[in-house]
Design a protein around this ligand. Sequence first.
Ligand code: SAH
Ligand code: SF4
Length: 341
Amino acid sequence: MDKDLKNKSFGESLEIATEHKQKSFCGKYLFEFIHQKNVNIIDDITPLSKLFRSQLIETGFLISKIDLLEQHDDPDGTIKFVFGLQGGTRIESVRLKDGDRNTLCISTQAGCRMGCKFCATGQLEFQRNLTAAEIVDQVYQAERLCGRIDNLVYMGMGEPLDNFDNVMRSVEILNDKHGRNIGIRHITISTCGLPEEIKQLALSPIRPRLAVSLHAPDDVIRAKIMRVGKKYHITEILESLKKYQGATGKRVTIEYCMIDGVNDQIGHAHSLTRLLRPLKVNVNLIELNPFPGCRYSASSPGQIQQFAKVLSDSGIETVIRFKRGRSIKAACGQLGATWLK
Ligand code: SAH
Ligand code: SF4
C-alpha cells in the first residue's frame, strides 16, 4: 500500500482518519496541512492527537518532499528550478511571468518515451513516472520560492497522458477546494496526442484544458520528427479531439513547432487549415528552441509570420509564442538539455 500522504485525495485522507478510529475532520486536517500549509512532517500537524500522529508514523505513513537543487533566473523573469526526487532522479519546472500573473510549467515524467527528435527531454533516457505527490510538490515548492502561481501548465518534462492516473490524481488534488484550490480553467495539460487517453480524459469528472502538440500537416512529416507519429495517425488524434469537444464543449489549443524546411511551408499551412477546420481550436506557433545536438533549426521569423497569416486568414485564431528563458535553457523543449551528453 502507498504510504505517502501527499498522494492521497481528500476522500482518501478522510478514510485514513476513520480507519484509525478518528473523526473524519482529522482527515480534513491531514489534507489541509499538506496541501494548503505545505507541511512535510506528520508531527507538525498539531491539531491531530499525539496518539494518531504516532500511529501514522509507526505504520509507515510519511509526507514526501522534493528538494530544490538549483535555481536559474533569466533576465526576462523566467525562473528554472531543478528538483531532486527520491532515488536521485532530477526534474525541472519553469516559472513564467505574464504581467502580474505567474504560470508554472511542471514535469510529469523523468525523461519521456515519445522520442520527439526536436525535444531535449525526448533525447534523455526515460527513467520513471512521477508520483502525484512529486507533481503537486513542484507547485508548493515553487510558491514557497517565488510567490503565488496563477496558472498551471503540464508542459514540462514528459508526456502527461503516458502517466495518466498520477497526472489526473495530481489535478484532482490541486483543484480540491480543501487544498490548493487551483481553478480547473487555470490548468492545462499538453499532450503529444494519445487518442485513447484523450477519450478517457473526455469521460473524466475533472477536465482541465487541453493542448495537443501536432507539429505536422500530415502523417509522413509527423512520423519523421516524432516517434509517436508512427503509432497513431493524425485522423485518430483528431477523432479523439472531436469526442473530447463533444463531451466538454471546450476549445483545444494546437501546438505547432516551426522547424526550418520540415513543416513550415505555405502548402503545409493550407493542409493544416483543412485538417483543423472541423474543430474548435486555436493554434500556437512555437519557434523551435535549439539544444546541443539538435539536428533541426528554427524557421525564420518571416516564414513563421507567413504561415500564421494563412491560418488567421482562414479564421483560425493563431498566436506566435515568444521564446522565453532561453539563456537558462528553460524554453519549450529545452528541459533536460543541460544533462545531454
Ligand atoms: N509531452 C507534452 C508536454 C511537454 S512538451 C507534449 O509534447 O505536448 C511541451 C511543448 O514543447 C510541446 O508542444 C512540445 O512539442 C514543445 N517542444 C518540444 N521541443 C521543442 C523545441 N525544441 N522547441 C520548441 N518547442 C518544443
Ligand atoms: Fe516527450 Fe513532449 Fe518532448 Fe515529445 S515534445 S519528447 S512528447 S516531452
